[in-house]
Design a protein around this ligand. Sequence first.
Ligand code: GDP
Length: 472
Amino acid sequence: NDLASLLDVTVNEIISVCMSLGMFVSINQRLDAEAITIIADEFGYEVEFTKADEDEETTEVEDAPEDLGPRAPIVTIMGHVDHGKTSLLDYIRSSKVTSGEAGGITQHIGAYDVRTDNGDKIAFLDTPGHEAFTAMRARGAKITDVAIIVIAADDSIMPQTKEAINHAQVAGVPMIFAINKVDKPNANPNKIKEELANMNLLIEEWGGKYQSQEISAKTGQGVDDLLEKVLLEAEILELKANPDRKAVGTVVEASLDKGRGYVSTVMIQNGTLKIGDIMLAGQHYGRVKAMFDHLGQKVQEAEPSTPVQVLGLSGAPQAGDILKVYETEREAREIANSREQINREQSMRTKKHITLDEIGRRLAIGSFKELNIIIKGDVDGSVEALSDSLLKLSKDEVSVSIIHKGVGQISESDVLLASASDAIILGFQVRPSTSAKRLAEQEEIEIRHYSIIYDAINQIKDAIEGMLEPEF
Ligand code: GDP
């Protein structure tokens, strides 16, 4: 999608070039540098990778083995709605306050870390569900080491459970199954284990390779054992980091706070972040002014696998952006500026308003629900006939609404209405006035002309089914 808008071609064109090269890609897939070069070449472009892009590729600086020490696992909790994700996160948070930091008041900052009774640290991402997990991954962030899949023992493996399992598997993140609500009289953990086995996910207890634990997020039963299993999984992964280098982390969330300015929660993944460090995240940079933990207490530094709230960035980065520390402010500023420029250029290329071609793109990223249409025609009969047929195209995922219809030329006011309500205009045997045409170009409003009702219906139908052939 991004590459299509950079090259000013449709997504379908990019996808078909990829297919001709034997790559089957989706609309929001990230392409590597080599693929981008080849595809751009097909469209007559030469690719030059700027510093900002290169920088993304090289965030993983190699550390010498002797500099590496163990780091705590970072865990995401996923599962079907109401199976107890939030309850588990809350139970762990309130029962395992990081030792030595007691006394603070819990702040929801998007992540927290705890110590188990044996003194081992575990960090949790506090936005349950696979949507956040996948949104981050779509931005290239690899932040989760272990996924806990919560399944309610009084229920079954549900669609979102399957989705969560899929997402973890695709990301290559090891899973631990937490079979929850075992305190309930109607709980049937064996049924869940059986359902897992039927999905080819055999748990250890039954001779398979997946760890599982019966828990109650309500009473706390089994939660300590679950955390031990997380640590065991982490041990197998041999998670390592070098606390003595400049920090690298991932933004978990960011906001503008009235009194404190831009506040970002960052999960530190390598190195140590210190007060005064020059940091860059997305297109924002600044010096670390202050840091707070999830209990709202001031900290001076943050080590690997520690989530912290950071003050001092010049703006709010996006969740999933990498935060990195730089030697000089000049370096950070230059990269920030070049990223800003790239973003500006990209957003200028993104279409402001809907077009039939754009529908497929928006459908694919799940941001399309309603198609607004304005119909102008030469005679009332055909306007009504077209309108009735188009309304019938509405389906569960996409509804079609005719926000205005009338007889006569397409006027400036039609275009303004389309602009205000993100609509397309269909002209049946009529054309726009010169001023309406100019305004439509300026506002990027699509006007389609038809002289056969059947053609109009077919094109709209194909578009909302995501099957419109791109026009070359
Ligand atoms: P989420 O949608 O997955 O975050 O689920 P919640 O944590 O909001 O839990 C859904 C409901 O199940 C709430 O009413 C919880 O109180 C309840 N619940 C969660 N865990 C348990 C448990 O272990 N035992 C019992 N009895 N109820 C639970």
